[in-house]
Ligand binder design. Structure first.
Ligand code: FES
Length: 364
């Protein structure tokens, strides 16, 4: 089989461009491109990000790894050349995908990486190009691109090429407005098949939930579903959320919408908007108070209680927690009326005040 497959340099980039064009064409046929609200800045960010990744970042990283490998470890250059193709392909894909799962998850949990990944979540609509919307530096630090270089150096260029094509089919389709799984979830005949498939690969519904603006809609979980090709990592590491529906509100809350220059080139170019996370000196300040906040709740309504203590809309979440390990607590109001919600964030009966703040008041 190896003899019939061209090398990575020969075809994977072209096939990936073909996959993008294919989904772009389907979105065009479905009339989605006519309805798009994307700005010129959005298009530049998405196309530019893809171009730089494909033409500069990935080839440069692969070349660096091969140069280092052939200079310092020439004895390993052919290590997996004679391995069984399928086994090597599976190994490549699993390692690639688990590395990307953790990198993506860290990009939601650590502030600096979040700033590089934020452009991806600023998109208020999905589409065939959205997968590539990130700051340029995001891709330089992406461990699985370095893994691609290593696997190529070790003699697995053919597995890398096929693996990347398979992976991009899943990734681009899960971002596309062609929601191929939607009608399958709705038909009882296909539901058993879908419940197996969604446990293995990332379906559009699974990934759309990650792009939803807020967990308040009961469909989204922007702090979950970090997988890229396989959903097994989210299940293994406790971040899988299956709503099997598509959120209508996508993007970030309180987004100052920086132009592509600042989103793509951060930290080289920083925002001049002091309300932007990408500006110098921007700090997420604590907004907690010892006293609880009394709010009027409406029975049956979803609320998100802030747990990070930095929301500007206490006691509720306003999305400020992005870039930290905190996530809001979703609760449904059981009755109409006033309740005291904790705002010292020390309660043991979250989200309700249990007077834990009084202990602190007494100490002070
Ligand atoms: S702002 Fe979302 S948890 Fe605090």
């Amino acid at each position: 089989m190896n003899n019939f497959l061209p090398t990575a340099e020969n075809y994977d980039s072209f096939v990936v461009i073909g996959i993008i064009l294919f989904f772009g064409f389907l979105e065009f046929l479905a009339g989605h491109l006519k309805q798009t609200n994307r700005s010129q800045s959005d298009w530049i960010q998405e196309a530019g990000s893809f171009f730089v990744l494909s033409v500069l970042t990935k080839p440069a990283i692969v070349l660096i790894v091969i140069l280092v490998g052939t200079t310092f470890f020439p004895q390993f250059g052919d290590l997996i050349n004679h391995w069984n193709f399928t086994l090597a392909l599976v190994l490549f894909l699993l390692v690639d995908d688990v590395l990307q799962y953790w990198y993506h998850r860290f990009a939601h949990e650590y502030e600096f990486l979040w700033k590089l990944h934020r452009p991806h979540h600023q998109a208020e609509e999905m589409g065939f190009f959205i997968a590539y919307r990130n700051a340029g530096l995001y891709y330089v630090l992406m461990p699985n691109i370095w893994w691609i270089g290593m696997f190529t150096f070790l003699g697995g260029a053919e597995e890398v090429a096929l693996g990347l094509v398979l992976k991009q089919i899943v990734i681009i389709s899960s971002h596309s407005t062609i929601q191929w799984d939607k009608s399958l979830y709705e038909k009882p005949f296909f539901r058993p098949l879908m419940s197996i498939l969604e446990r293995i690969i990332i379906t559009p519904a699974f990934h759309y939930a990650h792009h939803g603006k807020s967990k308040r809609d009961g469909i989204s979980d922007p702090n979950g579903n970090f997988g890229n090709m396989f959903s097994i990592w989210d299940q293994l590491f406790g971040t899988a959320f299956y709503s099997r529906k598509f959120p209508t509100e996508l993007g970030l809350e309180n987004d100052p919408k920086e132009p592509w220059t600042e989103s793509f080139l951060y930290p080289i170019i920083k925002s001049k908007n002091e309300k932007s996370e990408l500006s110098s000196g921007y700090i997420k300040e604590k907004t907690t108070t010892l006293a609880p906040i009394t709010v009027e709740l409406v029975k049956g309504t979803n609320y998100l209680w802030c747990q990070c203590g930095k929301s500007k809309n206490q006691p509720f979440c306003d999305g400020t927690h992005h870039g930290s390990k905190f996530k809001p607590l979703l609760f449904v109001a059981k009755r109409n009326g006033k309740v005291r919600l904790c705002n010292c964030k020390l309660t043991k009966t979250s989200p309700f005040c249990d007077d834990s703040h009084k202990g602190i008041e007494e100490k002070e």
